[in-house]
Design a protein around this ligand. Structure first.
Ligand SMILES: Nc1ncnc2c1ncn2[C@@H]1O[C@H](COP(=O)(O)OP(=O)(O)OP(=O)(O)O)[C@@H](O)[C@H]1O
Ligand SMILES: O=C(O)[C@H](O)[C@@H](O)[C@H](O)[C@H](O)CO
Length: 163
């Protein structure tokens, strides 16, 4: 691992496993975990729950909050789950941080992820929004990319090896 206390963003579309993998990775690395979903304003959560995808304007303030969180945690390190779908969103997350952030991209196909969303219970995000998540996604070129089709433990060990 390059840095002792890294800031690691676990990114990908809804249902790719950001919360599941992020929490486990945080345990393994003894770092705190923050779920980007908890930083959305209420209006964003309501919009998604009502079946409407967020747009760039909706995401702006949310990404700025997560950027501030990353700055605040730059000494201690942290694992942050955030969809970070577009290149320009990832640029917002990096603002004002000298050291390059680590992005881990959880890669899965529409069918693989839809299969999991269909089974997931008690979550505000409707599976119908997965199409727009994929349409918005700009696959990162310089992220640690791991297939979601392994056990969470295996995914985490692959990430740790790649860091
Ligand atoms: N590697 C895995 N193998 C099997 N099931 C998994 C794996 N990773 C996650 N899951 C399951 O897939 C579903 C989606 O995972 P999770 O909620 O962590 O995704 P997410 O990216 O955080 O979603 P969202 O962005 O919508 O909050 C959950 O039901 C979770 O238990
Ligand atoms: O950028 C986005 O569209 C949002 O962040 C979504 O990805 C949700 O927060 C999350 O995935 C739902 O659980």
């Amino acid at each position: 691992m390059k840095s002792k206390n890294p800031i690691i963003f676990v990114m990908g579309v809804s249902g790719s496993g950001k919360s599941t993998i992020g929490k486990l990775l945080a345990e393994e690395l003894n770092l705190s975990f923050y779920d980007g979903d908890d930083y959305h304003p209420e209006a964003n959560v309501k919009k998604m729950a009502d079946g409407h995808p967020l747009d760039d304007d909706d995401r702006q303030g949310w990404l700025e909050r997560l950027n501030l969180l990353a700055i605040e945690k730059s000494e201690d390190g942290a694992i942050i789950a955030c969809s970070a779908l577009k290149n320009k969103y990832r640029t917002i997350l990096q603002n004002g941080i000298e050291e390059k952030l680590n992005f881990v991209y959880l890669q899965g196909t529409f069918e693989e992820i839809m299969g999991r969303l269909a089974l997931r219970k008690n979550h505000f995000m409707p599976p119908e929004l997965l199409h727009s998540q994929f349409n918005t996604l700009e696959v990162p070129e310089d992220a640690i990319t791991v297939s979601i089709m392994h056990t969470p433990e295996k995914i985490v060990s692959k990430i740790i090896k790649a860091l």
